[in-house]
Design a protein around this ligand. Structure first.
Ligand code: IVH
Length: 692
């Protein structure tokens, strides 16, 4: 690409036209179809190039220039809502030097030499919303739309549990709170998993999933998706009773809004930089996507003096994370077969460093995706860590394509067992029809069976299960419970496992590790009902659904009998279990091979009845508590159990979401963090008093 200074006027004009068209196309794909056409990095670099060309040739600025637009063109279907105060965008910067420039320009504008405080807030990668409250009641919700006119999403926002319907404490008569609607990564994965199981089209990333869920004309659909919010700014207010952004956050919290736990007041560019580095480091561990950090002048009086440029405030800027993309060779397209038989294509890549993480595999989603992008073995591809979760292939460098590559032919038989792999009409996924006779499915079922939220058997990690399965030591989950007996009786074991002798003789194993494994297995001969149901690996039934089933049926045999007899009255009445899921559950219990596995298991395992003994009207119900320091009148586990029994969530670290921190002797940083965040601190005695 030519440098801006070398562009002729004609070239500049042509390029501006090209950029305007590309970005308009991308806007439509992004905002209306929730299916991005350019990557964020490509979009940002076009936007920036456009700005730079316009700066050199101001006379060439087009009437449809991207620099004049804020956000999305409007989509029909929703009622329009005018914003009394426009919902603006933020200027972007990409380096600490540019942040420094921003800070200097603010100081220059204010004619101030002294250091200013900036509130640094993670830039949440979601969609902005506005929520209007009159006399403390939620009356209207809107999207940003084009910044001036938004879309009326009142009913959709009402389905988001985190958004208060009525405000707590003191509040202005009219208050418009603004923030971001997003989908947690964990909810995104669960949703995609569910859609994949149902053969529906999955979402490319949490942001698209959030957009697709929020902008639904039927709010019932929004209600089925778990959306979350963070509040961070305001629109119209009848009386502003806060004088800084930090103070505003305190009010937001008191009114009942979730605010981000990593909002952090910075007192210098050095602190801004440290905070930025820190967020880059923890970014992957957060349960939501962030794409940068927003800096806002903390003092509102100064914000008002600074005012706005055409589309952006002069008092705030977005510091974007560097794009995490790289080019590498795709060596092979491998087909994985999952627990439910889904054939998933995975790209084996020449390992490459993408933004600090070595990436050797990327998802290719499904058959259609490979076709659409014409991805071939041997191609050079652009890999991206999308929203920092699953690496994806953004595109193929067609001009670097080696000779002799062939279009990828997606298999129509299972690469593991050879059974037909069929794709139902309207389904995106092809599935192996082999059931448990397919080793891949059988193996994945055992891996799932021993996983953390299921039987959680320490010592039986994925690779050990894989080895045991391949060697014929384990065929079904029930075999886990005869392992010890077979190991003791060498002849019994030898028969099944061919030449391998006792487990203790395996490479890397000894008497101690074998004893520990058997102990871990013994300990799980009694299992809770939700874990047992989850462990079975019923399509669509995750841990949360398993819990719902246990809560409603209380006894496993009863549940199983009802399912076998297709008694679905109770099943479909459960809040959270839809018709489609109910069908999958009932069908699971019609299959002989599943019933065999369960009956075999029940010979060795006792499934406890589920007794729902949490108390819902306790002072702790729904609250998040953290214990720290040494307790004297009870052990930590005892205290946790007590709190949980009273309906509390017990967390390991203090955040803005914490309601109570209970401190024992020698409490350390958690106590001071609680103090800093203004969270209620209780002594052990006060805690016992509270729950008495
Ligand atoms: S403040 C006038 N704060 O980023 C300032 N925006 O590029 C208005 N965003 O439209 C925005 N996190 O959708 C602000 N902590 C944060 C944010 C944030 C994410 C989004 C928001 C905005 C876009 C601007």
């Amino acid at each position: 690409m030519k440098e801006i200074k070398d562009l002729s006027k004609e070239e500049a004009e042509r390029e501006l036209e090209y950029i305007a068209k590309e970005m308009a196309k991308s806007d439509i794909a992004y905002y209306q179809k929730d299916n991005p056409y350019l990557t964020d990095a490509q979009y940002d670099s076009l936007k920036r190039r456009n700005e730079e060309i316009e700066a050199r040739f101001p006379e060439l600025v087009r009437s449809d220039s991207p620099s004049k637009k804020v956000g999305a063109p409007l989509q029909s279907g929703f009622k329009k809502v005018p914003h009394r105060f426009p919902m603006l965008s933020l200027g972007d910067v990409f380096s600490i030097e540019e942040v420094e420039d921003f800070v200097q320009s603010v100081k220059r504008f204010l004619n101030s030499a002294k250091e200013l405080d900036f509130m640094a807030e993670p830039k949440i990668d979601g969609l902005s919303f506005s929520a209007r409250y009159e006399k403390g009641r939620f009356v209207q919700g809107a999207t940003r739309g084009d910044g001036v006119l938004g879309e009326d999403i009142t009913e959709n926002l009402k389905t988001i549990k985190e958004l208060p319907q009525t405000l707590s404490g003191d509040f202005p008569d009219i208050l418009e709170v603004r923030g971001e609607v997003y989908m947690k990564k964990s909810d995104f994965f669960a949703l995609n998993e569910k859609y994949e199981a149902e053969g529906k089209k999955t979402f490319a990333n949490p942001r698209n999933a959030a957009a697709g869920s929020l902008r639904q004309l039927d709010p019932k659909i929004t209600a089925e998706r778990n959306l979350s919010i963070f509040a961070y700014t305001w629109g119209e207010v009848s009386k502003r009773v806060w004088d800084s952004q930090a103070d505003f956050f305190n009010h937001l919290k008191a009114w009942g809004f979730p605010i981000n736990e990593h909002n952090h007041l910075c007192r210098s560019v050095k602190e801004i930089d440290e905070n930025f580095q820190h967020l880059m480091e923890i970014r992957a561990d957060l349960d939501y996507d962030i794409d940068g950090v927003v800096y806002k002048v903390n003092d509102i009086a100064l914000q008002e003096r600074l005012g706005f440029l055409t589309r952006t405030p002069r008092w705030a800027v977005a510091h974007k994370f560097p794009a995490e993309q790289a080019i590498t060779r795709l060596n092979e397209i491998r087909i994985q077969v999952g627990r439910t038989g889904a054939l998933t294509p995975v790209a084996n890549l020449e390992p490459i460093n993408v933004g600090g993480v070595i990436v050797a595999h990327a998802t290719l989603h499904n058959e259609d995706e490979i076709k659409r992008k014409d991805i071939r073995e041997g191609d050079y591809v652009i890999v991206q860590r999308a929203g920092d979760v699953i690496p994806q292939i953004v595109g193929v460098l067609k001009d670097k394509r080696p000779e002799g590559t062939k279009e990828f032919a997606f298999p129509t038989t299972c690469p593991i067992c050879g059974a037909h792999a069929i794709r139902e009409e309207d389904e995106a996924i092809r599935r192996c029809t082999g059931g448990l006779s397919c080793p891949a499915q059988a193996k994945e079922r055992i891996i799932h069976f021993v996983s953390k939220e299921a039987f959680d058997i320490t010592g039986l990690g994925d690779s050990i299960v894989e080895d045991f399965f391949n060697e014929g030591i384990l065929h079904t989950p029930a075999d886990i419970f005869t392992l010890e007996e077979r190991n003791d009786d060498a002849s019994l074991f030898a028969e099944q496992k061919g030449s391998v002798l006792h487990l203790e003789q395996r490479n890397g194993w000894g008497k101690k590790s074998v004893d520990n494994l058997f102990k871990a297995i013994q300990a799980k001969r009694t299992i809770s009902m939700p874990r047992f149901i989850y462990a079975l690996g019923i399509p669509q039934v995750g841990a949360a659904t398993a819990l719902l089933l246990a809560k409603n049926y209380n006894n496993f045999n009863h549940f199983m009998a009802e399912m076998q007899n297709k008694q679905t009255e109770l099943l479909v009445s459960i809040d959270g279990i839809g018709a489609n899921m109910a069908t999958d559950i009932v069908e699971f219990f019609q299959e002989a091979h599943n019933l065999n596995i369960i009956n075999e298991l029940l010979q060795y395992v006792k499934v406890e009845d589920y007794i729902d003994d949490t108390i819902s009207d306790s002072p702790l119900s729904g609250k998040t508590v953290v214990f720290t320091g040494t307790l004297e009148q009870m052990t930590r586990s005892e205290a946790k159990a007590k709190a949980q029994k009273l309906g509390a969530k017990v967390a390991g670290s203090v955040s803005a979401k914490t309601d109570y921190v209970i401190i024992g002797a020698d409490a350390g940083s958690k106590a001071s963090k609680a103090q800093e965040l203004g969270i209620k601190i209780l002594s052990e005695t006060e805690f016992l008093e509270l729950i008495k």
